[in-house]
Design a protein around this ligand. Structure first.
Ligand SMILES: Cc1cc2nc3c(=O)[nH]c(=O)nc-3n(C[C@H](O)[C@H](O)[C@H](O)COP(=O)(O)OP(=O)(O)OC[C@H]3O[C@@H](n4cnc5c(N)ncnc54)[C@H](O)[C@@H]3O)c2cc1C
Ligand code: FES
Length: 509
């Protein structure tokens, strides 16, 4: 693919391009009228789909063709070239397909085709008559949508203790907190969507007990819901700071839309923030608060931020990035107390603060699963089909510990895309598909103008090798254990990240 053609605006595809100008596996970004369209070739077949990802609008021409799919360069959504279906999250909406015609050695793209066909479903014996999804976050929402996408016709209830319907949680510490993303970008869907899909979404609906033998969940308000199949997707909650002053009103946590809204409101009148925790949430929030011109001090016990996950070079680079934007670090430090105006560190240092944000990690919400008698091991234990120790109960997202076939270990991660994909797989398995969850973990972080993508899972690694330059923001970092590559982080090398994902899927380490 040439530089030229990857830019939106490219060739007028109605006029066509020469058959031989596009090799097998090639693609070209062009337009039909005013609409950006991607033309791709697989063998002797040509496919045309919308050129823009339905998640955050990445140019799909910069993605990777894998069999009859294209993967998005930014957050690895996967679309079918043949049907336009968003096969894998984080994109939830399909892209349109366009009519392609070959005439006189040229390939032309004409009008948009009807909406993509939905995957067909024959009810497998044992399809549940009612499904309850416990949790209205990434996994719960993706599961509900997938059930209806597969034309599941039974009763479908999604119970969420949140006061908002499913929303784009990753945005809460990034664009939304920084003031760059407006309020209406945050909900994943409108209330009308759930109505139209026949998804009975109950908000402020806190489940307090699961009776696995009676197949019923009980809510705080005394009501209860029966189920044939249950999906647990309760996510995680922030770890609280148990120190004097830790419960003062200006000490905040960030998990929900309401948390982020309250932080934004507080930020409007704050001058100086102390962020406790130098990992993803803390650092993303620090960058967002700097964008609001708030004086930011980051406190963490480590000597290099994110060293354990990303390594010392990347960690030091991130620290310098924050410092170049005016943030100040207090590392190797812990907080012992907080009062209305300041935060006191163990070394005696006192940091002024009218806003304190605590981001010291999360704890999976497994109490209900435990009480229901499910097997628990630092998360809810699930098999490769995301089924718990009780066959008609599935679990997905931050709470699930599953057998990861890439590392050969049982793992639990806290990644948006993994939660959504697990929700999607669990939904298909609720319908009797027996699909193995084998997606490679993926997450991304954004801080200022830096985006890091990470594929794989390296809880422990013994070497990390950087190919390229951090300073130039053009590199890939491989994390290895005993010579085996377990994960790859990339900075502005999207294709390399996608290629690593495919390699991990195919067992090439
Ligand atoms: C601010 C922020 C930014 C993030 N940024 C990124 C990022 O950039 N990239 C990335 O990969 N990941 C990111 N994450 C992590 C990602 O959002 C989570 O991994 C993901 O949301 C997990 O999905 P889940 O469905 O398991 O849980 P959640 O999305 O947390 O949903 C859990 C749901 O369960 C409900 N619930 C819990 N208990 C009950 C109960 N008893 N009764 C009823 N309902 C209940 C909750 O109300 C909620 O609706 C971020 C997380 C946060 C908080
Ligand atoms: S923009 Fe395509 S997956 Fe996010």
């Amino acid at each position: 693919m040439s530089e030229e053609s990857s830019k939106l605006g490219g060739p007028d595809l109605r006029e066509g391009i020469g058959f031989d100008t596009l090799p097998d596996g090639g693609r070209v970004a062009g337009r039909v009228g005013d609409e950006p369209v991607l033309l791709a070739r697989r063998g002797d077949e040509f496919f045309a789909i919308d050129a823009i990802c339905t998640h955050y609008g990445a140019p799909l021409a910069d993605g990777l063709l894998v069999d009859e799919t294209i993967r998005c360069p930014w957050h690895h959504a996967c679309f079918s070239l043949r049907t336009g279906e968003a096969i894998r999250a984080p994109a939830l909406n399909p892209v349109s397909c366009w009519r392609v015609e070959r005439r006189d050695g040229r390939v032309h793209v004409f009008e948009k085709l009807e909406s993509p066909a939905q995957p067909s479903t024959q009810d497998v014996p044992g399809t549940p008559r009612s499904v309850v999804i416990l949790g209205g976050g990434a996994a719960g929402n993706a599961a509900a949508e997938m059930l209806r996408r597969h034309r599941y016709a039974g009763s479908l209830t999604m119970l969420s203790s949140d006061d908002s319907g499913p929303y784009d949680r990753p945005n809460l510490s990034k664009g939304y907190l920084a003031g760059a993303a407006p309020e209406d970008w945050i909900p994943l869907r409108s209330p009308e969507f759930y109505k139209a899909q026949g998804i009975d979404l109950k908000l402020n609906a806190r489940v307090v007990a699961i009776d696995a033998s009676a197949r019923r969940v009980q809510l705080e308000d005394g009501s209860s819901y029966p189920y044939d199949a249950l999906l647990l997707a309760t996510g995680a909650e922030p770890v609280r700071l148990a120190i004097p002053g830790g419960d003062l009103p200006h000490v905040r946590y960030l998990r929900t839309f309401a948390d982020s809204r309250a932080l934004v409101a507080k930020a409007l009148t704050s001058r100086r923030a102390v962020v406790i925790g130098a990992s993803f949430i803390g650092l993303e929030a620090a960058a967002a608060l700097r964008a609001r011109d708030i004086d930011v001090h980051v406190v963490g016990p480590e000597t290099i931020p994110m060293e354990r996950i990303l390594g010392p070079e990347v960690g030091s680079f991130i620290r310098k990035l924050h410092e170049s934007h005016g943030a100040t670090f207090h590392l190797g430090a812990t907080v012992v107390s907080i009062d209305e105006r300041s935060v006191t560190l163990k070394n005696g240092e006192i940091l002024e603060a009218d806003l304190v944000l605590v981001g010291i990690g999360v704890r999976p919400l497994t109490a209900l699963a435990e009480q229901a008698g499910l097997a628990i091991d630092r998360g809810v234990t699930v098999d490769a089909h995301l089924q718990t120790s009780i066959p008609n109960i599935f679990a997905a997202g931050d709470i699930a510990r599953w057998p990861d076939h890439h590392t050969g270990e049982r793992i639990r991660v806290e990644h948006w895309v993994v939660a959504e994909r697990q929700g999607q797989t669990a939904a298909r398995n609720i319908l009797g598909r027996k699909e193995t969850f084998n997606a490679v973990p993926f997450f991304w972080t954004e801080q200022y103008d830096l985006a890091i993508a990470y594929v794989g899972h390296a809880e422990r690694w013994d070497s990390c090798a950087i190919d390229g330059s951090l300073e130039a923001r053009d590199c890939a970092i491989a994390y290895r254990r005993e010579g085996k590559t377990l994960a790859v982080a990339t900075i502005y090398r999207d294709l390399e990240s996608l290629r690593a994902e495919v390699a991990f899927e195919r067992g090439v380490a």
